[in-house]
Design a protein around this ligand. Sequence first.
Ligand SMILES: [Zn+2]
Length: 426
Amino acid sequence: MTPARLPDAPTQPGSTRIVGATVVDGTGAPPRIADVEIRDGVVVSVGPTSAAATRPDRTVDARGLHVLPGFVDVHVHLTMPNDSRSESQATKFAEEHAFATAESMRQTVAAGVTAARDLAGLTPGYRNAVAAGHIVGPRMHVAIALLSPTGGHADPVRANGSLADYVAYEPIPSGAVVDSDAEAIRAVRTLLRTGADVIKVCTTGGISTPEDSPDDLGISEDQVRLIAREVARRGGRPIAAHAQGLAGALEAVRGGATSLEHGYEMSDELIREMLRRGTVLVPTLSTLNLAPDPSRKPPAVIAKKLEWQHRGRDAASRAVAAGVPVAMGTDAGIHPHGANLAELGHLVAAGLSPLEAIRAGTQTGARLLGLDAHLGTVTTGRIADLVLTDADPVADITSLADPERVRAVTIGGRKVKDLDGFFTSQ
Ligand SMILES: [Zn+2]
């Protein structure tokens, strides 16, 4: 696989020294007090500052604060508004949708997420606008659309032939309906032409959609394999599989998916296959654990959700206990934007230690995106995408769920949030 495209962002020129911080570096190593030296947006040293060191352009006194890598949320839907009912969405202008999405991106950064993977909905223009410095947002990888067969999770046509509301206001459709192999290949080629960084396939139905369920099968194992081969021929990208029930999850993993998104049902066989292949589980527990809202969803969807909440929590615990690699993904858009780090608490409830949960949210996420040579740890040579917090996340992992506790965030060494004026000299 060719190296993944690093989503660009403006860089802070010159040198900055963050002094006296407790560094949790994202590798799973225990916290230690160190100085973090940044030059032209890149971490150039982590450790004690030697007496002979030259004076940096800026010094940040971070005694009493924890410094962590910027978090990577590998499963978001930034174009999905948090609270607005879908009927009111349909009457808005394109610009209103775009500005609302930009605001969700800003909230995501403010929560401490400096890189995110949008698994359907977001178009590459947002990724490019972040790169150009026009809006504040995480570095983005985008799937653009998800693939399913007719009647599957990507199909916006309802039983009576009417279209789901969201179709009216999408500049590029967020669903690609494919049945034959030729249609699947064509959809993948079109997405790559449009600028997709990841290909998302739905091998099962879903909880939130009224017309299908997690036990329903979607894209077949053979077709996942075909898609993975086509993507590999064209430079390679991760294959993210939306898979909730067991049968479809097995098809996804055997077909060669890079990650299992949701994975709400586990078996010994599935765990064995994932461990053998290194498939990453993204359990999206923030969304799973959300209480279903009877004012917004029909009774059948509510019942489906309650049943699958049990299975999903159990599946995540089993996978964690077996040592399946886990990355942090929230499904934000369904879960509120800007509360992304609540997922860390859910991962600890599933059995990870706080340091392991932080690694799932940083290094493992960056690795899943193919960006771990650049992002995901506070180590020499990595880009200075950093979080400064007044919380002690190792003592209380749930403290990071409150965006107020994330006091400062840098992307490429440049402040994008700075509640206490630590970086005022920039
Ligand atoms: Zn999703």
